[in-house]
Design a protein around this ligand. Structure first.
Ligand code: DSN
Length: 478
């Protein structure tokens, strides 16, 4: 693509925005400057292409389109139908899925659609029979009472938050932990790895309706064939949340038993993490669940964001190119380089390494909480997020870990040497940060003291790498 086209598209768009609210145009420019000038290591972030970003900024944003393709509750949806059909078709091809639902606005929305689809599909109530007969009006008050009881009395088994699961996998403060009776499986206390026998034993005892696999902070691959065996043995539906690693599935890094799509009844994802698309969600399903998933809007979703569905189609088209497979492999290779960089410098990694895109650094050996480490790193231009480690003594707010991911900097072109250097810079910051004290002089889990000159030293060394691998290299704003 001609760089001058992108430069003029954004420059002119910013002029238009500035003519109405200059502070938003200024903040948008500043965001680009900040993203260009920092080491983005948040495992769930990436940089979408200009084509994906530009697709979101159109008049599709103005169109309501509740319903499904060809069956809308609003008139005039012919172009939205084209967009949604294309996005779903690309998604089915990309992931080899029988059915794709591209309307969810986020990962949490996608998971809600999945939960309600599973309940509607699997819970034996008069409601189900009457829904299938398409005559919901036949439901009596007694039917509704049974429905409320049955739907509210189901069990979900998911990975615990501190082992790397996600809050929507049955964590109490999330609706998933309230709408289901929930239990969690963890990881082996010695190795930090998933223990499939332990998951199976828990599933046999708990007998969940839904077994959730997938993670947002587990630095290892999962064998989804084994998870499906466990689900089948106890009669559960296997739901996989691949939000974090969808790019590694699309890019054919995770194949065979590591590819969740053939094994899961329902697979959910976001589209903006390793998949490098617009901010949004998606549900892939086996045919058996398609009709229930299709009811996502208006069941639990508001009207679809047509401009984002259009951008999903563009991103999926990009991900179907061979170059995306090269990218995805580099994401995984770079995570290994980052992990090795830490291990050779004496750092402590949960599970002792990685074989996906995540490195989970346990910062307690530096005498810091995750929150202190995250803040000190940010001072040095290294953007990360604090994260619990298994059995975290500091809980989910302060934590003892920092989660790092390679998708974003790999998009910028960082390779082995740069990620080794990133590990060196992070260790430099952590070794020169001390836990601070509270106002009363006691130990603090939040305040910290970063050594003199460390931030400047790290920032200038980062700048060399960031300059060598610019973000949106041809984009020059006038
Ligand atoms: N916020 C995403 C993450 O950082 O993993 C998932 O919720």
């Amino acid at each position: 693509m001609d760089d001058s086209l992108i430069s003029s598209a954004y420059s002119q768009a910013l002029e238009v925005i500035a003519s109405v609210e200059p502070r938003i145009a200024a903040a948008t420019r500043q965001e680009l400057t900040d993203q260009r000038g920092s080491l983005k290591l948040i495992a769930s972030e990436n940089y979408a292409s200009p084509a994906v970003l530009l697709t979101m900024g159109t008049w599709f944003s103005d169109k309501y389109a509740e319903g499904t393709v060809g069956h809308r509750f609003y008139a005039g949806c012919q172009n939205v139908d084209t967009v949604e059909s294309l996005a779903a078709e690309h998604a089915r091809e990309l992931f080899g899925a029988p059915y794709a639902y591209v309307q969810p606005h986020s990962g949490i929305d996608a998971n809600l659609v999945a939960f309600w689809s599973i309940l509607a599909n699997r819970v034996e109530t008069p409601y189900l029979a009457k829904m299938q007969a398409k005559n919901v009006n036949e439901l009596t008050e007694a039917d509704w009472e049974t429905l409320r009881h049955e739907f509210g009395n189901q069990r979900l088994l998911g990975m615990s938050l501190d082992a790397g699961g996600h809050l929507t996998h049955g964590f109490r403060p999330n609706i998933s932990g309230k709408m289901f009776h929930q239990q969690q499986y963890g990881t082996d206390p010695g190795t930090g790895l998933l223990d499939y026998d332990a998951v199976a034993a828990k599933a046999r005892e708990f007998k969940p309706l839904v077994l959730v696999a997938g993670y947002s902070a587990y630095p290892r691959r999962v064998n989804f064939a084994k998870m499906r065996e466990i689900a089948d043995e106890v009669g559960a539906v296997l739901m996989v949340d691949m939000a974090h690693f969808a790019g590694l599935v699309a890019g054919k890094v995770f194949t065979g038993e590591e590819d969740p799509v053939p094994f899961a009844h329902i697979t959910t994802t976001t589209t903006h993490k390793s998949l490098r698309g617009p901010r949004g969600g998606m549900v892939l399903a086996q045919e058996e669940f398609a009709a229930d998933v299709d009811r996502g809007c208006p069941m639990v979703l508001g009207g679809p964001l047509s401009h984002v569905m259009a951008a999903k189609a563009v991103a999926f088209a990009e991900a179907r190119q061979p170059s995306f497979q090269t990218y995805a492999q580099k994401v995984a290779d770079n995570a290994k380089s980052l992990a090795e960089g830490f291990l050779t410098r004496g750092a402590n990694l949960v599970t002792g390494g990685t074989d996906n895109h995540i490195v989970l650094l346990d910062v307690s050996s530096y005498g810091l909480t995750g929150r202190q480490a995250e803040s000190a790193l940010l001072d040095a231009g290294v953007v990360t997020n604090r994260n619990s480690v298994p059995a975290d003594p500091n809980g989910a707010w302060y934590t003892s870990g920092v989660r790092l991911g390679t998708p974003a900097l790999t998009t910028r072109g960082f390779g082995h040497d740069e990620f080794d250097k990133v590990a060196e810079l992070i260790v430099d910051v952590l070794e020169h940060t001390e836990a601070g004290t509270t106002k009363a002089g006691g130990p603090s889990k939040a305040s910290y003291v970063l050594g003199d000159g460390v931030a400047d030293r790290v920032t200038s060394q980062s700048a060399e790498m960031l300059d060598k691998h610019p973000l949106y290299p041809g984009l020059v704003l006038s």
